[in-house]
Design a protein around this ligand. Structure first.
Ligand SMILES: [Zn+2]
Length: 97
């Protein structure tokens, strides 16, 4: 456990700025379309709650070859996103399915 924090720093934030910029504009559109189709948090829905979608999470991050394909996206309520991101940790591949 003690050694995991240093690992996160080295791996999580290495992104090609060019890719980032290109994805920024497109991502906003894709995200909006996905939220329109999934207005309710998918994680909460599984647990029998209805909460509004506030964030869209990529199951497989772009840095690991993930895409903006709808199959790689999950609509989430903000606290759920935080929870999943925390579980994600340094692996970056958390998938609850
Ligand atoms: Zn939720």
């Amino acid at each position: 456990m003690a050694g995991s924090a240093s690992k996160i720093r080295g791996t999580s934030y290495q992104r090609d700025p060019k890719i980032n910029r290109r994805h920024g504009r497109q991502w906003r559109k894709i995200r909006a379309r996905y939220v329109a189709l999934h207005p309710v948090c998918e994680q909460c829905q599984k647990e029998g709650r209805l909460t509004p979608t506030q964030e869209v999470h990529r199951v497989l991050p772009l840095s690991l070859g993930g895409s903006h394909d709808f199959t790689n996206l999950v609509a989430l309520f903000k606290p759920c996103h935080s929870r999943i991101s925390a579980l994600d940790g340094d692996r970056g591949t958390y998938c609850y399915r």
